[in-house]
Design a binder for this molecule. Structure first.
Ligand code: IMP
Length: 427
């Protein structure tokens, strides 16, 4: 199908990178449409391990044009570093395109992100401190600086002067921390301008032309549904919309262009940062997931919080994204467990009110006080990393997948059983 969106159905870190990598093999274009270098996608292929934060992971395929769309917030320092690192490993980035309409993360955004988190203290969001929130704030406040501004040094200077005056006041007078030097920032960004200018393009037009040629375009979501600023666990969310609808806005395509939406769902649940997480596990079981699943953030190295799969969350993601297919990742991490639990409902008992939720609760305070109700399934002991078709999986693993697909009401298209590129079961 020509236009496919891939999104996360949980709190990010679902393993979207490897699913994108799998689908990108048959695509001509891969497009990032939201978020920034708060994302981290790991790809393992014959050339080794690659970690991407901004560059779409499809760049590793020679036939793919990798696009950073207008909805992404770009830290040009990080982008330049990623381009250099790829070049050093023999991948020239001639097939990279960056939207001129994308907003840039500026040094003061990073300082403000950290200062705000520190000021919040115990009530902090647990952000990646990459300046994502402050950059989106400036975009909405019409104080942002866009990639296209790099092409006109006079305009860049004017916009910087306007923004820095306000930001330095905030940093110095509100947060009591040092501001930034406008001359230094101007110098730095002039260097990025020289480096990035060959890649700047009208990416909406490029995508349209690619689709009109009948070629396959993949839209690569970052973060996950539960981190969506409108529909996630606000305020413990990111500052963009990781759900599928945002692909149209953040890439500049109309909704009628989209054919498929694939939701990536880890066989269990993880979350980094603060906020409610009903199926969270501590103790030995939590450690099983952390250790066997190597659950440490690609971007910040933080240990992820781990828990059982939450079908209430998955069904919410199906609804919000209009999913047409599921990709289940890290099924192998469940191997060796005697029993596997899946949460199919929440029980709510608070302030004299008792209720059950099979759909996601409409109020954050309710979600906060929800207790998971589990279905218990038998586990399996076999190593499943060699499975390449459904029949290669133990019956308990197939039953698990069937339950997930039935409850979600969406077919499973692909299951990953190990980190390697070929360690997948295609349905
Ligand atoms: P921010 O996006 O850096 O502002 O962080 C806001 C929240 O989103 C924090 O809880 C982060 O840990 C979380 N977050 C942001 N990006 C990712 C990601 O790629 N994976 C998982 N969590 C993320």
């Amino acid at each position: 199908m020509p236009a496919t969106i891939v999104v996360g159905t949980q709190w990010g870190d679902e393993g979207k990178g490897r699913i994108i990598d799998n689908l990108a093999e048959k695509s001509q274009m891969v497009v990032r449409f939201q978020g920034g270098n708060n994302a981290g996608h790991t790809i393992v292929n014959e050339a080794g391990e690659f970690r991407f934060h901004l560059v779409p992971s499809g760049i590793l395929y020679p036939q793919v044009t990798a696009v950073v769309g207008n909805g992404v917030v770009i830290d040009p320092r990080v982008l330049c570093q990623e381009i250099d690192a790829l070049r050093a490993r023999g991948f020239d980035c001639a097939n990279l395109r960056i939207s001129g309409n994308a907003h840039m993360i500026m040094p003061y955004h990073i300082l403000l992100d950290a200062a705000h988190e520190t000021q919040l203290g115990r009530r902090k969001i647990g952000t990646t401190r990459r300046g994502i929130g402050p950059a989106y704030t400036d975009k909405a406040a019409r104080l942002g600086i866009r990639v296209q501004d790099l092409a006109d040094k006079k305009i860049l200077r004017q916009k910087l002067d306007t923004a820095i005056g306000e930001k330095n006041d905030l940093l110095e007078k509100v947060y009591n921390s040092p501001g930034v030097d406008p001359f230094e920032v101007m110098e730095q960004y002039a260097c990025y301008a020289d480096k990035l200018s060959p890649y700047i393009a009208d990416t909406s037009l490029l995508i349209d032309k690619t689709l009109k040629r009948g070629e396959q375009v993949l839209f690569e979501g970052a973060q996950g549904t539960m981190l969506d600023i409108d529909h996630g666990t606000y305020p413990f969310v990111t500052s963009s919309n990781p759900i599928a609808g945002a692909a149209c806005v953040g890439a500049g395509v109309g909704p009628t262009a989209i054919n498929e939406v694939i939701g990536v769902c880890k066989a269990y649940t993880t979350r980094v940062g603060e906020g409610p997480f009903p199926t969270e596990l501590g103790g030995a079981l939590g450690d099983h997931f952390v250790n066997k699943g190597a659950e440490f953030g690609t971007t910040t190295g933080r240990k992820r919080r781990c828990g059982w799969l939450d079908l209430v969350v998955l069904k919410y993601a199906v609804r919000l994204n209009g999913l047409t297919g599921l990709a289940i990742t890290k099924l192998d991490v469940l191997s060796g467990l005697d029993q596997i639990n899946v949460c199919s409902m929440y029980e709510y008992d608070h302030d004299g009110i008792r209720d059950n939720f099979t759909d996601f609760p409409p109020h954050q305070s309710m979600f906060y006080h929800c207790q998971p109700v589990y279905q218990n399934l038998p586990g399996w002991k076999e190593d499943i990393s060699g499975a390449r078709k459904l029949d290669d999986l133990p019956v308990e693993a197939r039953d698990y997948l069937n339950l997930v697909s039935e409850e979600a009401g969406v077919p499973i298209r692909i299951v990953s059983v190990g980190p390697g590129r070929d360690e997948v079961v295609e349905m």
